[in-house]
Design a protein around this ligand. Structure first.
Ligand code: AKB
Length: 344
């Protein structure tokens, strides 16, 4: 008998770490982890199996479904906004063609199983593109269907994959003879703000200045923030991001009224983060050395996003406001993390 499993792609990434730990501790799920690099040792015992491989490798994906009955996919693998700009075509292949491969796998699995495979897709505030700083400053909280002209390859990929998910969930092969009766997938997507974790440091993103400032200060390393002090975007801590993914995945289908949901916790300027970090680590050396190109990217992302649809449809509510996020989660956990490293 093939085992029913939850597939997590990009398992080694920041969200992957938090999600695998949560699923292992709180559910009976058999987790199959997939990543291009060997799975972090601390996660291995939490998974029923882990596979080193590329989501562009069709043979590998083919073998996956021979061995497993995939009930849910958390498709986390992607190249983030800054890294994607260094090789946009490769980013497109991984972010879009990789997602397409998994969507096709999910549809085939749904048809075999006679029930829709759940496909949970983390999108991003990078899917928004506000044309000018002046418009950003007077825009107010962005709704899901606004500002649809992202200026990064990653943002374009995220927006397009949201739409691909919509297509595969509702219109796939719509002219086929079995149209209307063939099973499709249950695609659900979340637009995340900048994420901050105490356990991992992000790589390749443009909202990374927030977590980088904090982790550098805790390690006593100098840090040069690459955006202006007044740069403001929404953020969220990792436990809330995991909560949002799991809540959305578990929500009854009849309550889901849209394909994409914004979620947010608190919006901060780079100066606000600087001040909070300096209060916690008074010895820290943090400067501002603006990188004009990365600044331009963040200037197209909204200061605030409207998550009222998520609140209405699946009772979304973050556990951490700004004060709790820093004082009860990030600062104590990061402090103890680097103290442990020093003691080793
Ligand atoms: C990035 O900066 O690329 C990501 C994101 C906002 O999705 N953190």
């Amino acid at each position: 008998m093939r085992q029913k499993v939850v597939l997590v792609t990009g398992a080694n990434g920041e969200i992957g770490h938090g999600l695998i730990r949560y699923l292992a501790e709180n559910t009976e799920a058999n987790i199959v982890a997939l990543d291009v690099v060997p799975l972090d040792k601390s996660l291995r015992d939490l998974c029923s199996s882990y596979i080193v491989g590329d989501i562009l490798d069709q043979m590998l994906l083919g073998r996956l479904v021979v061995e497993h009955e995939i009930a849910t996919i958390f498709h986390l693998a992607s190249i983030l906004s800054t890294k994607a700009e260094y090789n946009p075509e490769t980013a497109h292949r991984i972010n879009v063609e990789g997602t397409l491969n998994l969507l096709r796998l999910a549809v085939e699995q749904s048809q075999w199983q006679g029930t829709p495979v759940k496909f949970i897709y983390p999108s991003s505030i990078a899917a928004f593109g506000i044309p000018t700083l002046a418009e950003k400053m007077k825009a107010g909280p962005a709704k899901e269907d606004e500002w649809h002209h992202p200026t990064t390859m990653y943002g374009c990929n995220k927006l397009y994959c949201e739409n691909l998910g919509h297509y595969y969930g509702a219109f796939y092969r719509q002219l086929a003879a079995d149209c209307g009766t063939a099973e499709t997938i249950d695609f659900r997507s979340i637009r995340f703000p900048g994420l901050i974790s105490a356990e991992t440091i992000p790589t390749g993103g443009t909202s990374d200045y927030g977590p980088e400032m904090l982790h550098a200060a805790a390690q006593g390393e100098p840090y040069a923030c690459f955006v202006r002090p007044d740069t403001k975007i929404p953020f969220m801590v990792m436990p809330d991001a995991i909560k949002a993914l799991v809540r959305l995945a578990d929500a009854p289908r009849e309550r889901i009224s849209q394909i994409v949901y914004n979620v947010t916790s608190f919006s901060l300027s780079a100066q606000d983060i600087h001040d909070i970090v300096m209060k916690a680590f008074p010895e820290a050396q943090i400067d501002f050395e603006v990188d004009a190109c990365r600044q331009k990217i963040v200037d197209t992302w909204p200061e605030e996003i409207d998550d009222s649809a998520a609140r209405r449809d699946w009772d979304w509510q973050p556990d951490y406001d700004c004060d709790r996020a820093f004082n009860e989660y990030l600062i104590p956990a990061i402090r103890s993390r680097y103290q442990k490293v020093e003691m080793k």
